[in-house]
Design a protein around this ligand. Structure first.
Ligand code: FES
Length: 130
């Protein structure tokens, strides 16, 4: 379990690796429509938030180095404008290493949680392996 959460001036924070970070929320929706909302500290990637909370559908085999494509997610409408566009490497991975890429495809390891992304909704694909 990642760090313990505590409340300070009505804002939730999480302690992780000795650092204190604000708690954010991510909702993962699988292909059957089942939704799971998890808490994760700001600064953590969406992929790590999934792994730390045993969310199925995210493999993240390369450990977040943008080298495997097994953390593919579809960013829900409304959130695309809140994240930077994929860089060259992520775009190349999305074009070649994921199943059924779409305009809202992203690699969850490249999406860093922040206040701006608190409440983000991502959908996991049917499968991660080609
Ligand atoms: S974890 Fe490998 S590309 Fe994201």
């Amino acid at each position: 379990m990642p760090g313990r959460e505590f409340t300070y001036t009505n804002v939730n924070y999480s302690r992780r690796n000795g650092e204190v970070a604000r708690v954010t929320h991510v909702t993962f929706i699988d292909v059957r429509g089942e939704a799971r909302t998890v808490e994760a500290p700001a600064g953590m990637s969406v992929a790590d938030a999934a792994l730390d909370n045993n969310v199925p559908g995210i493999e993240a085999d390369c450990g977040g180095f943008c080298a495997c494509g097994t953390c593919h997610v579809y960013l829900d409408e409304g959130w695309l404008a809140k994240v930077p566009a994929p860089d060259e490497l992520e775009a190349a991975m999305l074009a070649s290493q994921v199943i059924d890429p779409r305009p809202n495809s992203r690699l969850a390891c490249q999406l860093k949680l922040s206040d701006a992304l608190d409440g983000v909704v991502v959908r996991t694909p049917e499968r991660q392996y080609l």
